[in-house]
Design a protein around this ligand. Structure first.
Ligand code: ATP
Length: 231
């Protein structure tokens, strides 16, 4: 398991995470939901170790392993060095971890990327798929996916949902953020709602029926009465 216990993170006087606890279990898709600025990316970055200077505990129950050693990250906006082809990017990611470079043909029959073109020239959706490819070929125990559906077309969206379901079936634990609530509730087994840097509530899939109404009330409670007057 990956565990976050009472995570607190501030930028200067701005407290972004105010005591967040969350567990990511193997073989589980866990959705992280929240408004812009709620702290989702900050949480993922603290968990992965990209961000330091936080209070609380971030750990894995897997023996003597760092979260980063067993976890792949697809950031919200993956960065690609100029003049690096898609293939070279994947090779770079693997070599940085001292891992052998596998044959990419199998995965690329699925993802259909122009691997010999410069990654910086890819479309937004292709960039997302390339960042995914680089973690999928590494067979991590856990994946942290920040808005993985962002920029994907319908075909790629369907494919990614199927990839996530199959990874879950193989035991991978997946934490993902998405602003598209429908997509998230279709694939997730549980979800955590962040409001103002705090966990508003953890939901199990059986409770997703009330998630949208709860979010509407939590995020726009004050506007609902006005809407009723207007409509
Ligand atoms: P979104 O849905 O828009 O991606 P988010 O939930 O991922 O939002 P974060 O990116 O984690 O939110 O940002 C949370 C808060 O922390 C925001 O108010 C943001 O301005 C602030 N923040 C994030 N990174 C930094 C930074 N490096 N320096 C200062 N403030 C930051």
């Amino acid at each position: 398991m990956l565990e976050i216990i009472d995570l607190r993170k501030a930028y200067g006087s701005h407290e972004v995470l105010r005591g967040v606890s969350l567990t990511l279990r193997p073989g589980t898709i866990h959705g992280l939901v929240g408004a812009n600025g709620a702290g989702k990316t900050t949480l993922i970055n603290c968990l992965y170790g990209v961000e330091g200077g936080f209070a609380g505990t971030v750990c894995t129950t897997e023996a003597a392993q760092l979260v980063r050693d067993i976890t792949g990250l697809v950031p919200y906006e993956p960065y690609f060095y100029p003049r690096l082809t898609g293939r070279e990017y994947v090779e770079f990611c693997l070599q940085a971890r001292g891992r052998p470079v596998p044959d990419l043909r199998g995965w690329n029959e699925v993802l259909e990327l122009p691997l010999d073109q410069y990654a910086t020239e890819y479309s937004a959706g292709m960039k997302k798929k390339l960042a995914l490819l680089a973690v999928l070929v590494q067979e991590f125990a856990y994946l942290l996916l920040d808005e993985p559906f962002n920029g994907l077309d319908l075909e790629a969206n369907l494919l990614l949902k199927e990839i996530l379901r199959q990874l879950r079936g193989r035991g991978t634990g997946i934490l993902l953020t998405s602003h598209i609530l429908g997509t998230l509730t279709e694939v997730a087994d549980e979800a955590t709602v962040l409001v103002g840097g705090r966990v508003q509530r953890h939901y199990q899939a059986t409770e997703f029926g009330t998630l949208e109404a709860d979010l509407l009330a939590a995020l726009h409670g004050d506007k609902l009465e006005r809407l009723r007057e207007l409509l």
